[in-house]
Each structure stands twice: as structure tokens, then as C-alpha cells.
Design a protein around this ligand. Structure first.
Ligand code: GAR
Length: 201
């Protein structure tokens, strides 16, 4: 069985990338293999995590590349034979042209239970700040397909996480990561890889 070649897109700390790398080692991801890490930020610690795991990296910064940003990404994807893109804390919104070109081949992890606290402007800590401000008692994480609507694609997997009295955005973010994101992102990645392999037959 030819494994699905995966590219993980990152911008920051890369704890979700680490969860994917660890899941691959543990055999939770067995139908795919992480071949490439694309970072929008040259300073991202995620790049160090990729290098430590022996994974090829490429930096594509929208600031530096402007209009050629997605062109450069597409070149790297073709060069490495990538079949699935996993957005793991990738902070650049991809154009409708890009998402259409890779329809059903891009998934994303979002740190809330979509359709709550999602869409334009809801990323990273801001999501948890909004959840606390609203006063929800349950939040969580969602893995979904990526289409032209920010956080609007079909849901693949979700996991709920309790909000506790006295939570700060940072404390809540950590709990959502540990209890939900780092678990469902690898599982959903395996699920989608399996699906891609089945479709090859
Ligand atoms: C994660 O919580 C991820 O869900 C979120 O950014 C964080 C990245 O952390 N993504 C979004 O908010 C996308 N809308 P990481 O770099 O440690 O994986």
C-alpha cells in the first residue's frame, strides 16, 4: 500500500504538528506519511520540530512573496507529490482558487466547536477569549475540510472540552489542545488518508 503523502502547514509553535509526528511514530497514522512542512513564518518553532523529525521544510511567507505566495506553495506540493494538506495552526487564509484546486484534500484543526467561535478573525487565543467572554460551559475542537468559506467546510471530527471556573484564555487553550486537538487531528488525518487510498482502488 502506497502511503498518502502529507504536507503539514504551520505558522507557530507546532504542537499539533508534534502530535501528528508522534501519532505517525505510534502507528495511529499508518495510511499516510508526513513528507513536507510548509511554514508561513520563518521564525516558527514548528520548523525546529520538523527538522528534529527529519522532515523537509519550506518557508512561504505571504509578506515576502505577495502574489506568488500560493504559486510557491503549489510548486512545493507538486515537487513532493503531496496528496493531502493538513493545516495545523496555519494563520494565512488560502484563496478560493487554492481551496478549489485542492478540494477535499485540505483539512484544518480549529480550537472550538464549529459553528461557534469560528470564521474570519477567530484564530489562536482569540477563540478562547471569545468563548470565555460569551460564558459557554463547553467548548472543544473541530477538524474539518477546508473550502472557500473560513472554517466553513464539512466537519470530520469534533471533541468537547469542559470550561472550568477561573479559566484564563491560556489555561483553556492548553486544555483544548491536550484533551481535543492533539487527539482528533491525528485520528482525522488517518481517516482521510484511508479514504484517499480507498478512492485510488
Ligand atoms: C491551535 O490551537 C490551532 O487549533 C489554532 O492555532 C493553534 C496553533 O498551535 N488554529 C487556529 O486558530 C486556526 N483558525 P500549534 O502551532 O501549537 O499547533
Amino acid at each position: 500500500m502506497l502511503k498518502v503523502k502529507i504536507a503539514v502547514f504551520v505558522s507557530g509553535g507546532g504542537t499539533n504538528l508534534q502530535a501528528l509526528i508522534d501519532a505517525q511514530k505510534a502507528g495511529i497514522i499508518e495510511s499516510g506519511e508526513i513528507k513536507l512542512v510548509v511554514s508561513s513564518n520563518p521564525e516558527a518553532y514548528a520548523l525546529t520540530r520538523a527538522e528534529n523529525a527529519g522532515i523537509k521544510t519550506v518557508i512561504c511567507s505571504r509578506k515576502e512573496l505577495g502574489d506568488e505566495f500560493e504559486e510557491k506553495i503549489n510548486e512545493a506540493l507538486v515537487e513532493n507529490g503531496i496528496e493531502l494538506i493538513v493545516l495545523a495552526g496555519f494563520m494565512s487564509i488560502l484563496s478560493p482558487g487554492f481551496t478549489k484546486k485542492h478540494e477535499n484534500r485540505i483539512i484544518n484543526v480549529h480550537p472550538a466547536l464549529i459553528p461557534s467561535f469560528c470564521g474570519k478573525g477567530f484564530y489562536g487565543l482569540k477563540v478562547h477569549e471569545a468563548a470565555l467572554e460569551y460564558g459557554v460551559k463547553v467548548t472543544g475542537a473541530t477538524v474539518h475540510y477546508v473550502n472557500e468559506v473560513p472554517d466553513g467546510g464539512r466537519i470530520i471530527m469534533q471533541k468537547a472540552v469542559e470550561v472550568k471556573e477561573g479559566d484564563t484564555p491560556e489555561v483553556l487553550q492548553k486544555r483544548v489542545m491536550e484533551e481535543a486537538e492533539w487527539k482528533i487531528l491525528p485520528k482525522a488525518t488517518e481517516l482521510v488518508c484511508k479514504k484517499i487510498i480507498d478512492e485510488r482502488k
